[in-house]
Write a protein that binds this ligand. Sequence first.
Ligand code: TYD
Length: 717
Amino acid sequence: MNRTGATRPLRAAESQPDETAIKPFRRLWLALTLSSLGHWLSVPALIAVVGALTRDDDLPVQAQAIAGVLVLMVLPALLLGPPAVLLAGRLDRRITMVAVDGVRFALVVSVPLVDAVPWTLAVAFLVAFGTLLWFPVAAAVLPAVAGGEPEEGYEEARRSLLRGGYGSAPVAALLFVALALVGDAAFGVADRADLAVFAAAVVFLAAAATTFTARALSTATAGAAAGLGALSAPLKLLFQGQRRSGRTQPDGPPVAGAGAQAGGAHAAVSPASGPVRGLVLAGTVVALTAVAVFAVARLHARDLGGGDAGYGSILAGLTIGAAFGLFLGPRMLAPLSRRRLIGLAVIAAALALVPVALVQNLVVVVFLAAFLGLACGVAWAVGTRSAQDTARSFAYLRALALVTGLVAVAAVPPLAGLIGAHRLSLGGAVYDLGGPAAALLVVAVLALPAALVAFRRLDDRRGIPLLADVAAALRGYAYTPPELEESGPAVVRDRGVFIAFEGGEGAGKTTQARLAAIWLRDHGYDVVSTQEPGATKIGMRLRAMLLDQETTGLSARAETLLYAADRADHVANVIRPALERGAIVVSDRYVDSSLAYQGFGREQDVSSIARVNAWAIGGLLPDLTVLLEVPPETGLGRLASPADRIESEPHEFHERVREGFRALADADPDRYLIVDAGRPQAEITREIQYRIREILPDPIPAGTEDVTSTFPAIKDA
Ligand code: TYD
């Protein structure tokens, strides 16, 4: 309800520049997409080749050959990122791109001609190294071909490149299925795989031709390769612990991780807090489950009676599912807590492994793989966004996924070979459990507990029933515990407005509440400025007890009840009377402080505290709650006076309080304004004023904050 017609501030620019309209950019996009398609097609093609070459060997030998190809295709990204960036920075951009794909064409073509496992492995490594060179070069060219766009345009162009690069994976899988079907019909067992290999070679050639004919790319020298936030040393990043990224990259797995500046622009943050550990575990489960299926797909498909086409179908299911998950994840079940969604998605992924392993029908397995991919995609997309929220580095998660992926490709196929096929007889019925299926079950046994712990660590709505939460989200609204909704006679107000300011220590809410009250008074409103705890006579005595450092041994429940008592008195004697006479009440803290501090901070059951407080306040909730968000370390650093009893709590306590506030606000976005309190004060004040304006009983024309004296007083304060 913005009756003032004022434009909302701080809204991201709504029109994105259409980067594909720029011709050299379109060339670059096409070349990169083709080059990636070649890469993604080479993976199953080379695996099919080693599969064909080892077809007369035992399962362990076949499994090792497959693991070999996959390990060699992951290793470059893990070990050779920095040298690739350096090398790419020294070479002419266009020549590099042409040469990389030209050489890859020749390498891939040579595979069927040489027809030997060691050479195929060497080619796998070199093809992947080529991809590693390609991306930094493309990213270096980008600022120039995006036409010196403003930041927004560059970002959008970068994302579009990433979409092309990763989006070509499902296309490659489908192409592989088609080629395998033709191969099965037209060639003998030994040569079937060659068709896909030749196709990959042709795609590389097309990529080389695309860059060769794009002369604009060679003059494009803007941006040093090393400055791209390009591929970094993931291992180094992992060993150094988690780092805060200056520029996080929320959309999908980027090629250009933020870790290139690992030695410089990043400030180390503690990886210790529960939600961060939860996120780390969730990332591990995503990489482990998805990569395990990817790695044994060929052996598993064969057990299920499928050939290379069956193998390709599992890959297609997995990658198409993942693409949908990455796209839909952030939009999925919008009213549900994002953290709960990540937890649920990783549990779903781990659980899906069980039927993927046990169901003996290839078509069903393809759909199950798609479901698993979807769950992984959702968890990844939402998790990396939340990594950005908590200022934890995206690059860390990416590095973690790479290492987990490497372990999975190195271990799961050999495990399948080691376990081998078993015939189980269960009460007369016979069940054939193949080695790959058994290996997937082992992964499920590892992944499921990890997923459950991740869910628990991430859960920011503890005490709120999961089913009710999900059911409400499915119907499109956020679940509020009934205790907070019902109970007590809600006030009937015709004119009053109730605004609460909330936030952790030193977030600046007292200042902002005061400024808002002044601004409202200037506009002629009857404003009552108040705060918790201690707005009434009794409240002052309670406040003294609650905040005095001398108060020792106060139990968490007693503390909760004392805050609730203060609040009950506050509502009865200050807030309710003011609202009934039509005033605007601005309160520095209200019920959310108890949910955040006594609930999340003290790790008590949030719904019980909500119930007690609902009774204390008679169901009176603010019309708007302004949440000022600041990291505890910053907020506590701002405090001038000696710390009181609550402020002296350890860092983790304040971290939980912050997460708690955030969860409450995320669950009810219409009633909250979340403000990043790290920005300049005047900017914050303005943002708050815009939002308050929307709920005021009488219109205030935009811009009048400068000419307040011309406004008629509605009532003297
Ligand atoms: P106060 O001196 O009013 O400072 P602040 O500017 O942080 O509001 O201190 C209030 C303290 O009481 C603060 O540390 C938060 C805590 N508190 C709770 O723990 N639960 C509550 O319900 C309320 C209202 C406050």
